[in-house]
Design a protein around this ligand. Structure first.
Ligand code: COA
Length: 352
């Protein structure tokens, strides 16, 4: 039967890039702070009404084209996002309808920034159990909705008007999160290969709800009666809460740990890995992980400068770029690794 392999990738980012300096117009931050602490220089933001199933459809069409197949050949959709268009239903089925493949099963993942290793593990299970022959794994995010400003015209440079004092103060209260995220989508087409030695070696995934408070969205969940009220806005519960430094430490420890553990389980020496395709949350996190694993910088590529953290989509966007410019190629051993709110984290090994 062979092992699962990636036969196509695609990615998409909405609109024009928004540089760090644009965020400094609506809150107290600056380009130097953002670059030094995160490596981010710009990000893209979805427009009002631009949804993850729409962003995902753009990436999916590109991935299908790169795989040389049509949507009609997809028989399972796996969709990862933490910013779905509705509380329910999830975006997987909506994506299927946009691609004209209504009726194809769609599974929505809730693993946030850790969607890539979880999604690959699930896709491998679907293929191995013969539930599917061609899995379309899409990840997309539209974080723009939880940005703490209302002054999109100012952020986008369409107006130079003054920002109201209370709006500036609110955005500044949430600046630690607001500077990190950007919008985008990625897609992978997954199938079994008959090529000798190629394909998925395995994945290791973990979850720890005891650390859910390191990053979560307090409002909009079905905790309160009614589940959504003006309080959600008044008490600013519609913005994520993050304990940045603690999350940073958890990320470095767990990411390095899961790569070591997965490699040991599959008898792969760390220096056999050709490329670590790591979640792009913060360049400083990835450089600490890289040092902990003793890997050279060229084996842990980064594109966070151009996209910020696109949560579930970072790994797929980076992999798409690496395939397009030949930095990874057939025969390479790649290790996907990611950690996200939940906490969820994991790694996957795959020979292209
Ligand atoms: N602009 C300017 N200053 C800012 C700022 C911003 N956007 N955000 C925070 N600051 C200030 C803080 O108020 C603080 O000031 P103080 O020392 O006067 O109190 C100072 O900068 C340091 O803040 P701190 O939060 O300790 O900085 P940090 O070095 O931990 O960096 C993060 C903050 C968010 C970049 C970092 O913690 C991080 O990347 N954490 C992980 C986040 C992550 O991965 N999230 C996604 C998970 S998938």
């Amino acid at each position: 039967m062979g092992a699962m392999t990636i036969i196509g990738t695609g990615s998409y980012a909405p609109g024009v890039p928004i540089p760090n300096a644009a965020l400094a117009r609506v809150m107290d931050t600056n380009d130097a702070w953002i670059r030094q602490r995160t490596g981010i220089e710009q990000r893209h933001f979805a427009r009002d009404g631009e949804t993850v199933s729409e962003l995902g459809a753009h990436a999916a069409r590109r991935a299908l084209r790169s795989a040389g197949i049509t949507a009609a050949e997809v028989d399972y959709i796996v969709f990862g996002t933490m910013t779905p268009e509705y509380a329910f239903p999830g975006p997987g089925g909506l994506l299927g309808a946009k691609l004209g493949i209504e009726g194809v099963p769609a599974l929505d993942l809730r693993q946030q920034c850790a969607s890539a290793p979880f999604g690959l593990q699930v896709a491998n299970g679907l293929l191995a159990s013969d539930a599917a022959r061609t899995v379309l794994f899409v990840c997309a995010e539209a974080h723009a909705g939880f940005m703490p400003w209302r002054d999109w015209d100012v952020v986008r440079g369409e107006s130079t008007r003054e920002v109201a004092e209370e709006d500036y103060a609110r955005a500044t209260r949430h600046r630690g999160v607001a500077i990190l995220f950007g919008d985008g989508a990625s897609a992978m087409v997954l199938r079994h290969t008959t090529r000798d030695g190629a394909g998925f070696l395995g994945a290791e995934c973990h979850s720890d709800g005891a650390r859910a408070d390191l990053m979560y969205m307090p409002g909009g969940g079905f905790t309160r009666l009614p589940f959504f009220s003006l309080d959600v806005i008044e008490f600013e519960l519609c913005y994520p809460q993050m304990r940045g430094p603690e999350l940073f430490k958890s990320a470095v420890t767990e990411l390095a740990g899961v790569v070591r553990s997965l490699c040991a389980r599959h008898h792969v020496a760390l220096d056999e890995i050709d490329c670590v395709v790591a979640h792009q949350a913060n360049d400083r996190i990835n450089s600490a992980v890289r040092k902990a694993l003793g890997l050279p910088p060229e084996k842990v590529p980064s594109n966070i400068a151009r996209y910020g953290n696109t949560s579930s989509a970072t790994v797929g966007i980076l992999l798409d770029e690496l395939r397009a410019d030949g930095r990874v190629k057939e025969g390479d051993l790649i290790c996907v690794v990611a950690l996200g709110a939940g906490l969820h984290w994991g790694a996957a090994l795959l020979r292209l």
